[in-house]
Write a protein that binds this ligand. Structure first.
Ligand code: ZN
Length: 330
C-alpha cells in the first residue's frame, strides 16, 4: 500500500527539522506522538488506523531513513512500537533484513543447546570448553538480536533509529569477538601465554571500538566510512595471530595447519564478500527499484554474515575435536 504524501509531508518536514527542535523538547513530543498512535494526515495529526502499515517511496521518507537511494519502494515510516513489531509480518523492504538475522538468532539458540548437550560431551570436553563455546555462541546471538532489533525499530523515529544503530554496531563488535574467542583459545591451546596475550589484545581493541562509539559523531552518516574502516581493521587484525599460529605449528607440513588454514581463508573470503555488498550497494545500484524487497545488497550482507558465523562455528567445533583428541607436545 502506498502512503499519503500530502499528510506525510507534515511529519517529514517536522522530522527533518528535528535537530533544531530538539533544543525546545519538541523532538521528544514527536516520539510520544508516534507511540500514542498518531500519524500524519492532510488535516494535521490523526490517530493511526490499527493494523494499517502504509509503505512509502524513498523520495517520501524522512532523511534518517534515506540511506540507500537505489532501494526505491517499501519503506515503513514513523511507526509506533506495536506497529514496528507487527511489521514483522508484512512485506516491506526490511522484512528480509529482519528475518535473516532472527533466523540466525534461532539457529544459534539451537546450536548453543546442541553443542553443550551433544557435541562437547561427545568430544570429552572440559568445563573450559563449555564456557568458551558458549561465550562464542552468545556473541553471535547478541549480534543477530541487535541487528534484527535495529531493522525492526529503525523506522520508529530518528531518535530510536540512532539508538538502535548504536545497538546494531555494538552487536557487530560482539560478533567479531565471537569469531576470535574460540579460534584464539583453540589455536593457541598449547601456548597459553600467547593465547592469553592475544585474547587480551582482542578485548582491548574491541573495548576501544566500543569507546569510540561514544563519540557523538560516530553515528553520523558522514562517519560511515570511518566506522567501516574500524570494523575492517578489527577483522584484519586476525591475520597477525593466524600467521603466528602458522609459524608456531611448523608451516604447511603440519597436519593442523593443513586442516585449518583453508577454513581461515574461506572465512576471510566470506568477510570480503560481505563487505563488498555493504560498500558497493550491488546489485540494486545497477537496477534501482528492482531489488527493493528481495535481493538488495543489505539483505545479501546479512545472509553472508550469517553464513560466515555458521562456517566459523563449525570450524570451531572441528578444532575442538582436534584439540581434545591430540595431546599438546611437550
Ligand atoms: Zn543490517
Amino acid at each position: 500500500m502506498m502512503g499519503r504524501p500530502g499528510g506525510l509531508e507534515t511529519l517529514k518536514s517536522r522530522c527533518n527539522s528535528s535537530r533544531s527542535l530538539s533544543h525546545s523538547g519538541s523532538y521528544h513530543i514527536l516520539d510520544i506522538e508516534i507511540d500514542r498512535g498518531f500519524e500524519p494526515c492532510d488535516s494535521g495529526m490523526c490517530h493511526t488506523v490499527q493494523g494499517d502499515i502504509p509503505l512509502y517511496k524513498y523520495s517520501e521518507v524522512p532523511h534518517f531513513l534515506q540511506g540507500n537511494p537505489y532501494v526505491v519502494h517499501g519503506y515503513r515510516v514513523l511507526l509506533p512500537f506495536n506497529l514496528c513489531v507487527k511489521s514483522l509480518f508484512i512485506w516491506s523492504n526490511e522484512t528480509l533484513n529482519i528475518w535473516s538475522h532472527l533466523a540466525g538468532l534461532f539457529i544459534f539458540i539451537y546450536l548453543l543447546l546442541y553443542d553443550n548437550i551433544i557435541v562437547i560431551p561427545a568430544n570429552n570436553g572440559s568445563l573450559a570448553d563449555h564456557v568458551i563455546i558458549t561465550l562464542g555462541i552468545f556473541c553471535f546471538q547478541f549480534c543477530m538480536a541487535c541487528s534484527a532489533g535495529f531493522h525492526i525499530f529503525c523506522c520508529h523515529s530518528e531518535r530510536a533509529s540512532q539508538r538502535w544503530l548504536a545497538v546494531d554496531l555494538t552487536g557487530i563488535s560482539m560478533g567479531i569477538i565471537g569469531c576470535y574467542l574460540p579460534a584464539v583459545h583453540y589455536a593457541f591451546y598449547c601456548l597459553s601465554i600467547w593465547r592469553d596475550l592475544y585474547l587480551i589484545i582482542i578485548f582491548v581493541l574491541t573495548g576501544a571500538t566500543l569507546f569510540i562509539q561514544l563519540n557523538p559523531n560516530f553515528l553520523k552518516p558522514s562517519w560511515a566510512r570511518h566506522r567501516l574502516l574500524i570494523y575492517v581493521g578489527l577483522v584484519a587484525y586476525g591475520v597477525v595471530p593466524t600467521i603466528h599460529w602458522f609459524v608456531e605449528n611448523g608451516g604447511w607440513e603440519s597436519r593442523v595447519v593443513q586442516l585449518f588454514v583453508p577454513k581461515v581463508i574461506v572465512v576471510y573470503l566470506l568477510g570480503m564478500l560481505a563487505f563488498f555488498f555493504y560498500i558497493s550497494k550491488f546489485p540494486e545500484r545497477l537496477f534501482p527499484g528492482m531489488f527493493d524487497y528481495v535481493g538488495s545488497s543489505h539483505q545479501l550482507w546479512h545472509v553472508v554474515i550469517l553464513v560466515t558465523f555458521l562456517w566459523w562455528h563449525q570450524a570451531g567445533n572441528e578444532i575442538l575435536l582436534f584439540r581434545t583428541s591430540h595431546e599438546c607436545e611437550a
